[in-house]
Design a protein around this ligand. Structure first.
Ligand code: UD1
Length: 340
């Protein structure tokens, strides 16, 4: 049985991926600083899968700890590196926090892998690297645009760090997965998205607003060049996304990768506007969303959605769940968490 080390494994996408890895028969060890997640996620993963992942709490910015844990683990076959900060606004206000955390952690992980002969890595990247694309849908060949935020820069530089490490002669295979907009929760409603403080992202804001934890949802602008004036994104169910990581890990472990470094877009291939998300949430859950249109949010792009051809053909992976499925699961998670 192969063993996968998952950094950031108690976080939103990380926890869903640990569940899918364990369901697929992998052993999992998690590293997480718990800076942005809760320890009881481990219990919930165990409740869902019947298996408790190993857990190490420390900060990957500590190089010696990282080396020591990788040495202690000894039998790791591959790493999925999620651990990173992800708030766009916070990164603008505090760029060094983002550069220090997101980049130092990745470099320490690669260093620890290299010392312990772990050769395979899947990296959590983002469609933010494309900025506002000139041509839609976005393929992996679409140009990487100058980043709008330090968060976006860290994703671009993270991809570059891995490529540079490989070019320097490190014996390493990596797959960078560029996520579009992950939403939703596991069907058990035992794990989901739990932002610290006020949510920045659309779907947790909707569910918390409907749950009465937040006030009215602000729709950030309806004067974009889109059919209903609100921005368009490619919203993908987090469980579909998690399954893609299992496929990527198998590709590396089975040596099916076609280059030392590969990149795949992970989206559904369909774009939906903010108003479409609200309407779909209402019809999928029977709940009304209280919202008002306000000014645009600085840094938001108008529209982006994925060309998923490469992931479909090369990985044999395709998003299966609908927007309604994802929104229903997000609401079920919120209800379960708040005991509604
Ligand atoms: C952003 C980042 C993305 C990052 C993700 C994770 C960009 C372009 N995208 O995604 O790289 O991985 O955050 O945090 O930087 N909206 C509202 N009201 C709200 C919240 C959002 O109307 O209260 C709208 C936004 O204007 C946007 C859409 O909902 O049109 C989606 O926003 P959000 O969920 O924050 O994701 P992105 O900004 O697309």
């Amino acid at each position: 049985m192969s063993k996968i080390l998952v950094s950031g494994g108690t976080g939103y996408i990380g926890s869903h991926t640990v569940v899918e890895l364990q369901n697929a028969g992998f052993e999992v060890a998690i590293i997480d600083s718990l800076a942005n997640s809760q320890i009881d996620v481990i219990d919930h993963i165990e409740q869902i899968t019947g298996k408790r992942p190993e857990f190490y709490q420390f900060d990957l910015k500590e190089r010696h700890d990282t080396r020591a844990v990788l040495k202690e683990l000894d039998n790791i076959d591959a790493v999925i590196h999620f651990a990173a900060y992800k708030s766009v606004g916070e990164s603008v206000a505090n760029p060094f926090k983002y550069y220090r955390n997101n980049l130092q952690s990745l470099m320490n992980m690669i260093d620890g892998m290299n010392r312990n002969h772990v050769r395979h890595m899947v990296l959590s990247s983002s469609c933010t690297v494309y900025g506002q694309p000139d041509v839609l849908p976005v393929t992996e060949q679409s140009p990487v645009k100058p980043a709008d935020s330090p968060y976006g820069s860290t994703k671009q530089i993270s991809e570059q760090i891995i490529q540079d490490a490989i070019r320097s002669g490190l014996d390493m295979n990596a797959i960078a997965l560029r996520y579009f907009n992950p939403i939703g929760a596991h069907e058990s409603a035992k794990i989901g998205e739990l932002p610290v403080g006020e949510p920045n992202n659309l779907v947790p804001y909707i569910t918390q607003s409907v749950a009465g934890v937040r006030g009215q949802l602000k729709v950030f602008g309806n004067d974009y060049n889109t059919p209903d004036g609100t921005p368009i994104r490619d919203y993908i169910h987090v469980v579909d996304l998690a399954k893609a990581h299992v496929v990527a890990i198998k590709r590396l472990l089975e040596g099916k990768n076609k280059a030392n470094y590969e990149v795949f877009n992970l989206g559904t291939g369909t774009g939906n506007s903010v108003l479409e998300v609200i309407k779909t949430f209402e019809s999928a859950t029977g709940q009304n969303v209280n919202y008002a249109v306000t000014d645009r949010r600085a840094g938001d792009i108008e529209k982006v959605w994925a060309d998923t051809t490469l992931a479909n053909t090369e990985l044999g992976w395709k998003a299966e769940k609908s927007l309604a499925d994802a929104l229903r699961s997000a609401w079920n998670w919120e209800k379960n968490y708040r005991n509604i």
